[in-house]
Design a protein around this ligand. Sequence first.
Ligand code: C2E
Ligand code: MG
Ligand code: MG
Length: 703
Amino acid sequence: MGTDSDREKNTQLLGLINILGDDYTNIYLVNRKTQQIEIYRYRNQDVDVEKELYKEKPYESAMTSYIENKVVPEDRRKMSMETNLDAVCEHLTRVSQFTVHYRVRRNGEIQFYYMKCARIGDADDFESIVFAFANEDIDVRRNELSELLKPGGTASKRKVLIVEDNELNREILSSVLSENFEVLMAEDGEEGLKLLAEHYRDLSVILLDICMPVCDGFEFLKRSQSDPLLASVPVIVTTGSNQPDVEIQCLDLGASDFIAKPYNSRVVIGRINSVIKLKESAQTLTAVEHDELTGLYTRQAFFYHAKTLIRLKPEENFHLIVADVRDFKQINSSYGEKVGDQMLCYLGRAFNKNHKLGLIARYGSDQFVCMTYGNIDLSPANVKGSLAKIAADAPVPNVRVKCGIYENIDKSQPISVLCDRGFLALKSIRDNYECNVAYYTREMNEKQNQNRVLENRFEEAIRDREFVVYFQAKYDVKTDKIVGAESLVRWINKDGSMVMPGDFIPLYERDGLIVRLDEYVFREVCRFQRDTMERGEELLPVSVNLSRASIHHSGVVERYVEIVKEYGIPPSCVPIELTETATLYNEQIRKFTDMLVNEGFRLHMDDFGSGYSSLITLNELPFTTLKIDKSLIDYIEQDKGKKVVRQVINLAHGLDMDVIAEGVETLGQVKLLRKMECDNIQGFYYARPQPKDVYIEMLRKKQ
Ligand code: C2E
Ligand code: MG
Ligand code: MG
């Protein structure tokens, strides 16, 4: 056995003992083969284990002596069967831990005890077993005390669901439990599952009867355990006494524990409390507390500790800082993952140094959060200064670390919401190269809520035809005549107010709704072209925008071909605009564009010059037209800008493409473009995007 696996088992053991908590008075580790016992906790010394340690079969001797001397006669047989080492090992190949309940005569009275057995290691090769003993009665008393000490008293009562068909049993359980718990009741498994689905968030435990006419306990377990959310609520099975098979079957199906009927109120409350406690402590501890790489808290541990910290320091103002490394993937791919890891560790250390008061966690792969309090300077100048220092000392040059800050947090909100707010601030400067620090404001939240409204209203807007297509005419530079148009969508609300695409398209691109909006616009344009044909008027091309999300959506080409056929128009009268950044060359884009062209569509490359212009894209993909972005046209009257635009036009012509200049606003720009032999112009100088009827009028007047 290597030292690594030793260490791992040790960590596992310590972790387990941690989770078991303080209730277990005695904890032992038993070697499966040699039966050697190691004592980890030995508070209840009226069980004389020490004298058994050097016997030939220490476990067997200690257990036999314990059962004979302490366990009540009625439970001895059951206890010996269930603690038989072979039986225990066999059981632990199927479950990682289980509990045995029994009664002990102590100080002249009968007390309820339980023993937890858990394996250390995997099911197929574990070498040792933890045996932990606790007194159920002590548990009950301690829990009652902590309930009493809890602020809010009954308001914080935990909820229990009883699933039991026998009315009398339901009554008994409910009367036993209602003082300490809020009780929900179901008469059969079906109803129980319904209640569970409704209340799983705040249910602490389920008491489940096995024999029920409609959907019995087994069925209930099978169904609830198959859903991770529902399975998060522990189930205690209630069985008729002495049915060890049923018990084992239930444990295998995921039940946490069992109680035999007829009910004993102390046992019921004791078991419920211990199951709840185990669940609650496991929830906080099983979420591994520290991130392996940086040693900082994990996100889950951060949520948990941040809540505690806020509660413990009610007089403090807290602030949340979130940070993110821009283009971290790039660091990984340029320098290798090892350097990427070094970078993250470095950042973890740097943040730790900067914020001594408070908690720091690694939130996502390259994201950090910090909750801090006290008198600290979070002014832009100060934060910028420390970010600059962090960047300067980093193991990789030119890293950009950005921060979102939420000052004086709203302590009533869940920690996850607070973090979201920090990230919301961060997002507002995501693509801003100048700015590395942003502060959360209420407006950001409002904006986010507005976005939700935009998302939620999408279906309705499509149904009620609130999306309206506008047409921006394109002009021939030489003749000043209209040669076609671009379709641009507007959202016209019922009150007549207009929402511009910049306010909803980026959002819909993120959530995928754009695919449907694009298709809607495409249909509208096809219908427009069909109407033009029917009126016998000249059919000029009207281009449509296709977003990146649509490109990657399967079956788009087929659908567009079908729509064109449905309206009986030539595909060439609805050219498709793809933006430069969406078409960075790769095989998938190549196939997609080839398919479109083979079907007879023309392709325009939109916004050329606004992003990463790539010559291979221009050279390899079958674009017929290049649209020069407004950002280049804006500089056309300056020396360098002029040269750039001229070169772009020459390049496009050299590749047999037409050129359209976008965003042309002045006569000066038009004159220059004319000189450079640009083919078409689309810009406010000639025409703004107009409603359909206005555009038709313009065509008729041959403007
Ligand atoms: P785009 O495809 O590059 O469209 C050109 C944008 O530039 C339009 O903005 C247009 O109004 C604006 N523009 C044209 N000439 C001038 C000018 O001289 N000066 C100025 N300042 N602006 C000019 P709009 O309509 O706000 O659309 C913005 C973007 O939204 C479009 O940029 C396009 O990317 C997207 N978009 C619009 N409709 C759709 C659509 O149906 N589907 C998709 N996927 N995107 C669309
Ligand atoms: Mg466009
Ligand atoms: Mg454009």
